[in-house]
Design a protein around this ligand. Structure first.
Ligand code: IMP
Length: 177
C-alpha cells in the first residue's frame, strides 16, 4: 500500500484563524460559568490545546481516550474506552472537544456515557465534520469546517498513528500496489 498526500485541504493559517473564532465564541457563551473542556485523545489533542489558549475566561480540562479505528481508514463502529476521565463531571458545563465527526458512532457513545454522569450542560465542539458519512444524527454546537468524504491527516489526525504532527490538514490517498 502506497500512502500519498493528495493535497492540502486546510492550511495552518486557516485552521488557526478558525480556532481563534471558536475560542472567542466559547469565551462569550460561557462567560458566567466555568466550562470544562474534555479532549478526546489522541486526535483532538492539538486542537484542544490551541482552542483552550484562545479562550479568555477561566476553564478546566480533562482527557479521555477512545479507539474505534485500527490501522484502516474505516470506522469499526465499535468504540472502546481506553482511558476514562480523571475527574467527575456532575453539575459541570461540559464541552466535548473532538477532532472530526465522521459516522457519528464515537460521539454517540461518548454523549450516552457522559449524560449518565449528570453534567449541568453538555455541548460538542468539533474541528471537522464529514456530513456525507453520517450514520447517526449529531448536533455540533461549535464546528470548524465541513469537509468532503475523504480521509484526512494532520493537526492531530492520524493514519496508523502517523502524520499527527503536520500543522496543515491534508487528504491522504491509499494506493494498492
Ligand atoms: P466516527 O465515530 O466515525 O464519527 O469517527 C470518529 C473518529 O474517527 C475521529 O475522532 C477520528 O479519530 C477518526 N476519524 C474519522 N475520520 C477520520 C479521518 O478522515 N482521518 C483521521 N481520523 C478520522
Amino acid at each position: 500500500m502506497i500512502e500519498k498526500i493528495e493535497k492540502v485541504l486546510l492550511k495552518e493559517s486557516e485552521i488557526q484563524k478558525k480556532v481563534k473564532e471558536l475560542g472567542e465564541k466559547i469565551s462569550e457563551d460561557y462567560k458566567d460559568t466555568l466550562p470544562h473542556l474534555i479532549c478526546i485523545l489522541k486526535g483532538a489533542s492539538i486542537f484542544h490545546s490551541d482552542l483552550i489558549r484562545n479562550i479568555s475566561i477561566p476553564l478546566t480540562i480533562d482527557y479521555l481516550s477512545v479507539s474505534s479505528y485500527g490501522d484502516k481508514t474505516e470506522s469499526t463502529g465499535r468504540v472502546h474506552l481506553v482511558k476514562d476521565l480523571d475527574n467527575p463531571i456532575k453539575d459541570r458545563d461540559v464541552i466535548i472537544v473532538e477532532d472530526i465527526i465522521d459516522t457519528g458512532y464515537t460521539i454517540e457513545y461518548l454523549l450516552n456515557l457522559f449524560k449518565l454522569r449528570k453534567p449541568r450542560s453538555i455541548k460538542l465542539c468539533a474541528l471537522l465534520s464529514k456530513p456525507s458519512r453520517r450514520r447517526v444524527p449529531v448536533k455540533i454546537d461549535y464546528l470548524g469546517f465541513e469537509i468532503p468524504d475523504a480521509f484526512v491527516i494532520g493537526y492531530g489526525l492520524d493514519f496508523d498513528e502517523r502524520y499527527r504532527n503536520s500543522p496543515d490538514i491534508s487528504i491522504l490517498r491509499l494506493i494498492e500496489e
